[in-house]
Ligand binder design. Structure first.
Ligand code: NDP
Length: 324
């Protein structure tokens, strides 16, 4: 038997229960991996609450890194003992997980398993947002909400690396410092000031080329009003709650702007695209051009506390669960 966190009924963080389950069985195209670190992501809280429904019971978690213990009969190019990382693979809050070989990326030498686990899902998200959703160009000014969060810190760095000028929003002084360290040119404490007014002031009324909004309900309306004509609102999450239905006429009124609601799975759907994004992500980490902040490490048994901290807005950077 192996340790795993199980959700038997959806609800608050208290439904995360450490238990023992049968070891998972890899199929012919799969790897069986001993989890060194599992990433905690906001989407795990949506699954736990039932906002994105899943069949019950389930083991939460979509990301991690660890050592390959068994290789399916049809898998080529991966051996037992290799260290791999994955994103968008269910059941990662566990000692062992089955990872389809096409979703496993070999962790480069010199990058530890914890950093790899911390970088995958949020790093690939930051990558697709700045390359594919709105491709940041030198001279663009973009707005990044929750800039000291897991995605936020990586997104700030990724937009800066492409020559953008970045305005970040955060709730506290500590988070402001982290967003500035990541390269944000301007940081707004959106819990104290109206961020749309501040963006208008900073951009001399021009507005921004893109808003990357993972906060959702509390920021959406004013995010729209921050855009320059023909700007892009990339609504990629809902940490404050879901955005109500939107009348398309509002996009006209805001200046012929674009609204998109992208998700990672559609940006790593082919092995080629997955590999391209991972190659660029890990090359940046290896060259120290992208810094991954691990803001909290929790034993697997304390998944509940990790979720409470994340939803309580008390965290920065990435949270990891360590099966130990
Ligand atoms: P974060 O580390 O960013 O944590 C959430 C942050 O959101 C908080 O720290 C807080 O920052 C901010 N926030 C604002 N209002 C609230 C609120 N009412 N309750 C809680 N937090 C709030 O999480 P992640 O990096 O894991 O995810 C960020 C967002 O990106 C999530 O919405 C997630 O679903 C989304 N996401 C989407 C993906 C996609 O492909 N579409 C992939 C990965 C993530 P502050 O205190 O500074 O306000």
């Amino acid at each position: 038997m192996v340790d795993a966190v199980v959700v038997r009924a959806t609800g608050g963080a208290e439904v995360l229960e450490l238990t023992q389950v049968d070891p998972p069985e890899p199929g012919p195209g799969d790897l069986l991996v001993e989890v060194a670190a599992a990433g905690v992501n906001y989407i795990d809280t949506y699954h736990r609450r039932g906002i994105y429904p899943k069949d019950l019971p389930f083991v939460p978690g979509n990301e991690g890194a660890g050592v390959v213990r068994a290789v399916g009969t049809e898998v080529e190019g991966v051996d037992t003992g290799d260290v791999v990382a994955w994103a968008d693979v269910a059941g990662s809050y566990a000692q062992q997980v089955v990872v389809p070989a096409r979703s496993a990326y070999p962790v480069p030498e010199g990058v530890g398993a914890e950093v790899a686990a911390a970088a995958m899902l949020q790093g690939l998200t930051a990558h697709y947002l700045v390359t594919s959703t709105y491709s940041v160009k030198p001279g663009d000014t973009v707005l990044v909400h929750a800039a000291a969060g897991g995605v936020g810190l990586l997104l700030v760095q990724a937009a800066k690396a492409r020559g953008g000028r970045v305005i970040g929003t955060v709730s506290t002084a500590e988070k402001e410092e982290l967003a500035r360290e990541a390269g944000a040119d301007e940081v707004i404490r959106y819990t104290e000031k109206d961020f749309a007014d501040e963006v208008a002031r900073i951009t001399d009324g021009t507005g921004v080329a893109a808003v990357y909004d993972g906060v959702g309900k509390d920021t959406f309306d004013r995010s729209l009003s921050c855009l320059a004509p023909r700007g892009m609102l990339a609504l990629f999450g809902a940490s404050s709650g879901a955005v109500p239905p939107v009348d398309p006429q509002r996009l006209n009124a805001a200046g012929s702007v674009f609204l998109t609601r992208p998700t990672l799975a559609h940006h790593i759907a082919t092995p080629e695209e997955f590999r391209w994004r991972c190659d660029e992500l890990f090359a940046a980490i290896s060259a120290d051009r992208l810094r991954v902040r691990i803001g909290g490490r929790y034993p697997l048994a304390e998944a509940r506390r990790a979720h409470e901290d994340l939803e309580g807005r008390r965290t920065t950077g990435k949270l990891l669960l360590l099966p130990g």
